[in-house]
Design a protein around this ligand. Structure first.
Ligand SMILES: [Zn+2]
Ligand SMILES: [Zn+2]
Length: 348
């Protein structure tokens, strides 16, 4: 690893009294640096805030809890959901010698994450109730916040529902925050969510409460409410049809032979996982089994087309949450029968 180019102090410490944050459209702080003052300041990579005996380190790129004006510094009854959340883009201070004082002019340029309810009424068609409790909306709304208003770091995941590539799957812990959309404050527009349940009910879904089934076809990947699929369900269950018509590769005679040869090397568990109905939302969690079934499908596709063999560590590389086994995913999907995608006709 290359040594840092410049050696300079990379942190400040704040303790005792703290400032609350200012969101520029809520209230402005007379101490906030002017653009000229900001430009004249020196950049830093991190700062620290001392709370009781805990030292919290905040680094560029972190998503952080920021104390809102309604909050009291040190109020232990506040939960993560009571704080504002922002991403740190830049840290600056004019000082040469950092001290242990709370009122140093150390500022972070942040980009806010909105609570969906903050945008109800501002954005046409945005519905209360169509968002999970840990869901936020990213924005390009930037402000400078005093470093002492930063409370803690949180996990904030960009969750793309349609990415079906072999990239590292998004796994979202139950207490982590995530966002599916970005709000542009300049144009007052929101990036759209992928169309859900088309051509069925076309309504959105709340990842906390709605169980969705996802089409395994990479070119479709649409999600459907389980209840909307009832009509399309077939009488055979997934378990009865291990050779379901889910298409994995093309089928020239040569490829078929090759498939046969490779087939023996495919562990049963991998095959079972790849054929599970893809489920997300409700009791299955925000991302559900989707990243894992997709990963298994990708391995199967490659093995069957002869481009790779099954990695002996394939299960570990799935990166299942702690304590979760492939069998748990199989059990959680047991009650769902195979169905036909109402959009593209693939078996799901
Ligand atoms: Zn529906
Ligand atoms: Zn489909």
């Amino acid at each position: 690893m290359a040594p840092p180019k410049r050696k300079h102090s990379t942190h400040f410490t704040a303790s005792k009294r703290r400032k609350v944050a200012q969101k520029s459209d809520v209230v402005s702080d007379k101490d906030t640096p002017t653009p000229e003052e900001w430009n004249a300041m020196k950049s830093f990579k991190r700062f620290q805030v001392l709370q009781q005996d805990d030292r919290h380190t905040f680094t560029l790129g972190d998503a952080v809890l920021v104390l809102p004006p309604t909050g009291e510094p040190g109020d232990a009854s506040m939960t993560d959901d009571d704080f504002w959340i922002a991403r740190i883009l830049d840290i600056r201070a004019p000082i040469q010698e950092p001290t242990d004082s709370w009122d140093q002019p150390v500022w972070a340029k942040v980009q806010w994450f909105y609570k969906p309810e903050d945008l109800v009424g501002k954005i046409k068609g945005l519905k209360r109730g169509a968002y999970g409790s840990k869901e936020r909306i990213a924005s390009n709304h930037e402000d400078l916040v005093h470093f002492s208003s930063c409370e803690d770091i949180v996990q904030m995941h960009a969750y793309s529902e349609i990415s079906s590539k072999n990239s590292r799957p998004t796994i979202i812990d139950t207490d982590a925050f995530y966002y599916r959309q970005t709000y542009d404050v300049l144009t007052n527009t929101l990036t759209p969510l992928p169309k859900t349940c088309l051509p069925k009910c076309r309504k959105g879904y709340n990842p906390d409460t709605n169980t969705m089934r996802v089409c395994p076809s990479a070119s479709c990947a649409r999600a459907f409410h389980v209840s909307c699929l009832q009509d399309s369900a077939t009488s055979s269950s997934i378990a009865d049809s291990p050779n379901s018509s889910r298409t994995l590769v093309g089928s020239s005679p040569k490829q078929k032979l090759k498939q046969k040869g490779n087939e023996k090397k495919i562990p049963n568990e991998l095959q079972t996982l790849a054929l599970l109905p893809m489920l997300k939302g409700g009791p299955h969690g925000v991302v559900g089994n989707v990243p894992f079934v997709r990963a298994a499908l990708a391995i199967l596709r490659d093995v069957r087309s002869g481009t790779r063999t099954v990695d002996p560590d394939w299960q570990e590389k799935l990166n299942l949450p702690d304590g979760v086994e492939v069998q748990d995913l199989v059990d959680a999907a047991a009650e769902y029968e195979s169905a036909e995608c109402p959009s593209c006709g693939a078996t799901m």
